[in-house]
Design a protein around this ligand. Sequence first.
Ligand code: HAM
Length: 420
Amino acid sequence: MANYTRCRGTLDIYDKQASLIQKVERACQKIAHQFHYSYIQTPMFESSELFTRSSGETSDIVTKEMYTFLDKGNRSITLRPEGTAGVIRAIIENKLYATNDLPLKYYYSGSFFRYERPQAGRYREFMQFGVEVVGTQSYLDDVETILFIVAILKELNLNEYTIKMNSFGNEICKNRYRDTLKNYFWQFKEQLCEDCQTRLQVNPLRVLDCKVDHDFFKTKEIPTAVSCLDAQAQEEFALVQKILTQQKVPYIVDHQLVRGLDYYTGLIFEIDIQAVDGKVYTIGGGGHYSNLVKELGGPDLSCVGFGLGINRLALILQEQYQDKSMDTTPSIYIMPLCEDAIFIAMDMAKQLREHDYVVTIENGKKSVSSMFKYASKKQFSYAIVIGENEINAKKVNLKNMQTQQQEMVAVDEVLNVLRG
Ligand code: HAM
């Protein structure tokens, strides 16, 4: 018989990891609600051209990482490598900018696909939470997206992180920076790696992101994006920093920060978190982009957004919650020891669940000791034993699994006793 295994770079998510993924998703949704963003869902696959147009034809995503195939109608289809292009396409196609007040504020969450070399925290199918603000008229929306991320990290109790920021200013400043970098690197052309020699021709900004030439760059005084900003862009970048400082958000200006997608034209940022093993994970990134809506056939609307790697956040949380139960809702394990006890157990479970308790009825184990072993292994808050003695006394035996204290409680008093 054939042996089936999952495809390289994909994940089966279950048990603790599944709870962590859900915890991250819940935190993101809660903060999205608090920031008054609406949910948007777009298809997992789109026409390939949408992504080649939006991500940039020379970006790594387009040249190396897209899952592209011909469908039965001979159309070139791509599994979405990121969320921005699909959301912007949906906004244009459904003319959402005409029927809603601007800026539009949407969030999304789901699977994305990139043909990357798999390693810890890097998968070929991964989950992202993202937001897009469309039709923004102020740098304050850029600040808001960063505060949004900070709120999510706080909700997840992740307090040690680095926000790296840089600014391209606007399209004109970015072009100026591109030319400046090209001229600068041209003098070292022969010393750059083969990939960078090509990047220098087609996309000089990407040279800064090279892992091979990274050490060589450290010895050089590479021109910065900030040095190419005009007066207004400089002032706005300073104001962004002023507000973040006032809001006690830790950030650094990273002059070598560029992003893997080409559409950014203004503020860009990435968030790094160091895991316990010392490895640094980029858990999210985003920035301001002002041409994409127009380039995809819509009106002239400026945007800002970000994406967070849900799997990477769950990976980091795994260390925090290694031995701890993540669910703080009191959980109850009911042990019916005879047939008559089953009816009482079912009524009790129904009532407790209706009051938001987490309840499991033991349906299979035979011995009381194996049931108690299971109750402590699964970290239940309480165990309720219902045997013949209890039935005769119209009571149940309620055990607090933390303190190990037991008491006989009348059946219709259980809820009151649990509530204290
Ligand atoms: P991105 O930086 O390409 O941005 O991805 C955002 C985050 O997704 C990354 O920081 C990382 O945490 C996670 N991620 C990316 N690739 C993988 C992978 N192969 N495995 C696991 N996690 C991964 C974007 O995608 C932009 N669309 C963000 C954005 C929205 N910019 C403006 N609006």
